[in-house]
Design a protein around this ligand. Structure first.
Ligand code: SF4
Length: 373
C-alpha cells in the first residue's frame, strides 16, 4: 500500500499483515503495465533495484525421500532416474561453498531430501557444515524438512542465517499435491524457526495445475505471517518425467511476472527469489521479473536435481542489465558460531507428531503404480 511521507516528500509503502485473497487477486489481475509500475515503485522504496542477491543451492543429500510431493523427482516412490547420494562430507560442502563464493554467491543453501530432521550423527554433521560455511563469511541457509524448536535453536547456535521451508501453494491446493504431511506442519516449522534469530525463507511453486486463487491464497498465508518471510522463492514448476506432475504445461512468462510483481507489492521488504524454472525463461523475461521486484536468484547449473542457467550466463546477464550481486549480511548481521563443545543445547531425540493425512491423490498414486511396474 503506497502512502505519502510528508516529512521526506516521498511515497512510502508500508508492510501490511492483513491482506485478503480478494485484495491480492485485484493486484494480480491489474492491467500489466499498471501492475509493473506499482511493483517497481514499491521495489525502489525498499531495495536497491540494481542489486540482486545470489544464492547457491547444494544438494547435501539427494533422493530416496519418503514423502510424496507431486512435483519432486527426489521422492523414492516415483521412477525419475535420480542418482541418490548419502549425506555429503563436510569438506566437500566447504569446497562447493568456496567455489560459489568465488563466483559471486553470498549465500549457500544446503538441501537434504528428508521428511524431517532427526537428532543424531547426520544432524550433527549438518551443524558442522553450518559452522564451516558461516566461518567462510557466507550466509548459510538449510532446507531439511520439518524441524522442532530445539533443532531450530541448535541450527541458530551453529550460525545458520536462514531456514527454507516452502508453503508450496494455498492450503486448499496443498492437499492436491502432497498427502504425507499437512499444511499446518509447514506453519509449525516456520513458527519453530521464528523462535530463534534465523531468518525465514518460504515461498512456493506455480504451474502445478493450481488456480490463480490458489496463488493468491499462498500469498495470503505468507504475507499474513508477522514478520513476513525475509525471502520468498517463486518457482515455476519444472515438470520431471516420472513425477505425478510430469504432464503439466510450463507457466508463461506473463504468469511469472504477475506472480513476482504481486509478491513484491504484498511483501515489500522481502527478497523475492527467482528460483526453479529460469532455464525456461529468456533474458528478456528475467529482466522483466527483476523490474517487477525480483531481487534474488539461485546460481549454479543445477537446482537440487533440475537444470538451472550456467553461472557465467548469469554473470553475462548481470553485466548486460547493470545488476550487481548483493554482499552477504546486508539485511542482517552475521550470526556468531558456537562450537559443538560449547553448545547450550542437547540433542533431545524428540519424536514429534507431524501429521500424515495419507488422503488419496490420484495422480500421485498413478505415478507410484507406474514406477512399480
Ligand atoms: S520436496 Fe522435499 S520432502 Fe518432498 S519429496 Fe522432495 S525432497 Fe522429499
Amino acid at each position: 500500500m503506497l502512502i505519502f511521507d510528508f516529512t521526506n516528500h516521498r511515497f512510502m509503502s508500508e508492510t501490511k499483515h492483513n491482506w485478503t485473497k480478494e485484495e491480492i487477486l485485484n493486484i494480480y489481475n491489474k492491467p500489466l503495465m499498471e501492475l509493473l509500475y506499482e511493483a517497481a515503485t514499491v521495489h525502489r522504496l525498499h531495495h536497491d533495484p540494481n542489486t540482486v542477491q545470489v544464492s547457491t543451492l547444494v544438494s547435501i543429500k539427494t533422493g530416496g525421500c519418503s514423502e510424496d510431493c507431486g512435483y519432486c523427482p527426489q521422492a523414492a516412490r516415483y521412477n525419475t532416474n535420480i542418482e541418490g547420494n548419502d549425506l555429503m562430507p563436510v569438506q566437500q560442502v566447504k569446497a562447493q561453498a568456496l567455489r560459489a563464493k568465488s563466483s559471486g554467491s553470498s549465500r549457500v543453501c544446503m538441501g537434504a531430501a528428508w521428511r524431517n530432521v532427526k537428532d543424531g550423527e547426520e544432524f550433527d554433521q549438518v551443524l558442522e557444515m553450518v559452522r564451516t560455511i558461516n566461518k567462510l563469511d557466507m550466509e548459510v541457509c538449510c532446507t531439511l524438512g520439518m524441524i522442532t524448536e530445539n533443532q531450530a535453536k541448535r541450527l541458530a547456535e551453529a550460525g545458520l542465517y536462514a531456514y527454507n521451508h516452502n508453503l508450496d501453494s494455498s492450503e486448499e491446493y496443498y492437499k492436491e499435491v502432497i498427502s504425507t504431511r499437512g499444511f499446518e506442519d509447514r506453519l509449525q516449522t516456520i513458527d519453530n524457526v521464528r523462535k530463534t534469530n534465523v531468518t525465514v525463507c518460504s515461498g512456493g511453486i506455480i504451474g502445478m495445475g493450481e488456480k490463480i486463487e490458489d496463488r493468491a491464497g499462498m500469498l495470503v498465508a505468507l504475507s499474513t505471517l508477522n514478520p513476513q518471510p525475509e525471502s520468498v522463492p517463486i518457482n515455476a514448476l519444472v515438470a520431471v518425467e516420472g513425477t505425478p506432475l510430469e504432464d503439466q504445461e510450463p507457466v508463461s512468462i506473463w504468469e511469472m511476472v504477475r506472480m513476482v510483481a504481486t509478491t513484491r507489492i504484498v511483501m515489500p521488504e522481502t527478497q523475492v527469489r527467482l528460483s526453479a524454472g529460469r532455464t525456461q525463461m529468456t533474458r528478456e523475461g528475467q529482466a522483466m521479473c527483476f523490474f517487477a521486484g525480483a531481487n534474488s536468484i539461485f546460481a549454479g547449473d543445477k537446482l537440487l536435481t533440475t537444470p538451472n542457467p550456467d553461472v557465467n550466463e548469469d554473470m553475462k546477464m548481470f553485466e548486460l542489465l547493470g545488476l550487481n550481486p548483493q554482499k552477504p549480511f546486508i539485511k542482517k548481521m552475521q550470526p556468531q558460531t558456537v562450537e559443538a563443545t560449547d553448545s547450550q543445547y542437547q540433542a533431545l531425540g524428540e519424536k514429534p507428531k507431524w501429521t500424515r493425512p495419507e488422503h488419496k491423490i490420484e495422480r500421485n498414486e498413478a505415478a507410484k503404480a507406474k514406477a512399480n511396474k
